[in-house]
Design a protein around this ligand. Structure first.
Ligand SMILES: O=C(O)[C@@H](CO)OP(=O)(O)O
Ligand SMILES: [Mg+2]
Length: 401
């Protein structure tokens, strides 16, 4: 194993045009890794703290880099991430910023892989990882915090569950995206795109279900394998404490009505996946919904769990869900993300590795999903910062990384 010899940090652009943190890690034996932090728009209340990039960089230079350079081995991810935690000294990375932490953590992992001469997924997952590939969940239509004047539900996600290969699955999602555009055109609905490249038409959620249902079944007919769809409701953004309910324009649904609504949607559209159907503080509501439909769909906690083992353990104790979204920048390091994945696996929860709405060309999550045998990866459908991960998945499957 080789010591880290240099860490450099800089501000680069993310896909929304905002600055984000990029890290380069060099090792004494000449290993190199580069990674950049993504950034959320519909962030969970309990996520690790993202600092303004210049502050995060200045603070990491002061506190973290001296603990890494000449001190820590790049191939020992636990050691790297423990040094980041020690340098920060808080529970939520509010001192050096989860954006600095995750960029350094991922860059160090890549430097470790480079030293070994192994692809990142193999460095992270080991030689004897499973043979499976994640099914890509592709954002096709959406709104919420990712697009103005579009649907209330944040994401309508294609799920090519019957695709014979990861490559065919990736192209299937692109085909659903293209078909949805044609259907919207036929309906005379102009559609801009949201932050993640999904169509963001000014239509009701009910119409979006019709568009999605048709786009999925047309593409299924064309390609000849099963394609279903799911949702990220991002319900914490819909929930209004004063109204004590979920606000859909002029309509407010009580918690009971929200549970009823989602349960009906699961059955009507045979949804395979529903992320954040209730507010991020409502373990009880999550548990009630999971009890009703958890045998036939994945109920996934994103803002609910924020990739945090303590919040996940609370959810497991409450039977709140049956799957967890994993976003390394929600918790700050790859080791913390692995701990959440391990806890999920031990308790029969599926894992879904995810991008953020603000992204870069970084492909770490594609490797993380393969390394950990995740059931799904949620990383968009089109647009360069999304296709970077999808194309990397295709390369991994083709043994070409
Ligand atoms: O809610 C989500 O799952 C994500 C990614 O789609 O959005 P954001 O990064 O804005 O939190
Ligand atoms: Mg989400």
């Amino acid at each position: 194993m080789t010591l880290i010899s240099n860490v450099s940090l800089r501000r680069v652009l993310d896909s929304r045009g905002n600055p984000t943190v990029e890290a380069d890690v060099l090792t004494e034996s000449g290993g190199f890794g580069r990674a950049a932090a993504p950034s959320g728009a519909s962030t969970g209340e309990y996520e690790a703290i993202e600092l303004p990039p210049s502050e995060a960089i200045a603070s990491a230079r002061r506190h973290a880099i001296p603990r890494l350079v000449g001190e820590v081995h790049a191939g020992n991810q636990r050691e790297v991430d423990a040094a980041l935690r020690a340098a920060d000294g808080t529970d939520d990375f509010s001192e050096i910023g989860a954006n600095s932490a995750v960029a350094i953590s991922m860059a160090a992992a890549k430097a470790g892989a480079d030293v070994l001469g192994a692809p990142l997924y193999q460095h992270l997952g080991g030689t004897f990882r499973g043979e499976n590939f994640p099914i890509p969940l592709g954002n096709v239509v959406g709104g919420g915090e990712h697009a103005k004047e579009a649907t209330h539900i944040q994401e309508f996600l294609a799920a090519p569950v019957g695709a014979p290969s990861v490559s065919e699955a990736v192209f299937a999602n692109a085909a659903v995206h293209a078909r949805a555009s044609e259907i919207l055109d036929e309906r005379g609905t102009p559609a801009a795109k949201g932050d993640e490249g999904a169509w963001a038409p000014p239509i009701s959620d009910a119409e979006a279900f019709e568009v999605m249902d048709q786009a999925v079944s047309d593409t299924e007919d064309e390609l000849g394998f099963e394609i279903r769809f799911g949702l990220d409701m991002a319900a914490a953004e819909l929930y209004d404490e004063e109204e004590d309910g979920y606000v859909y324009g002029d309509e407010v649904k009580s918690t009971d009505e929200q549970i009823e609504y989602v349960a009906d949607l699961v059955d009507e559209y045979e949804l395979v996946y529903v992320e954040d159907p209730l507010d991020e503080n409502d373990y009880e509501g999550f548990a009630e919904l999971t009890d009703r439909v958890g045998d036939r769909t994945l109920i996934c906690g994103d803002d609910l769990f924020v990739t945090n083992v303590e919040r996940l353990q609370d959810g497991i104790d409450a039977d709140a869900a049956n799957s967890i979204l994993i976003k390394p920048n929600q918790i700050g390091t790859l080791s913390d993300a692995f701990d959440a994945i391990e806890l999920a696996n031990r308790n029969g929860y599926e894992t879904i590795i995810s991008h953020r709405s603000g992204e870069t060309e970084d492909t770490t999550i594609a490797h993380l999903a393969v390394a950990t045998d995740a059931a799904f990866i949620k990383t968009g459908t089109v647009q360069g910062e999304r296709t970077a991960k999808l194309n990397e998945l295709i390369r991994i499957a083709d043994d070409a990384v």
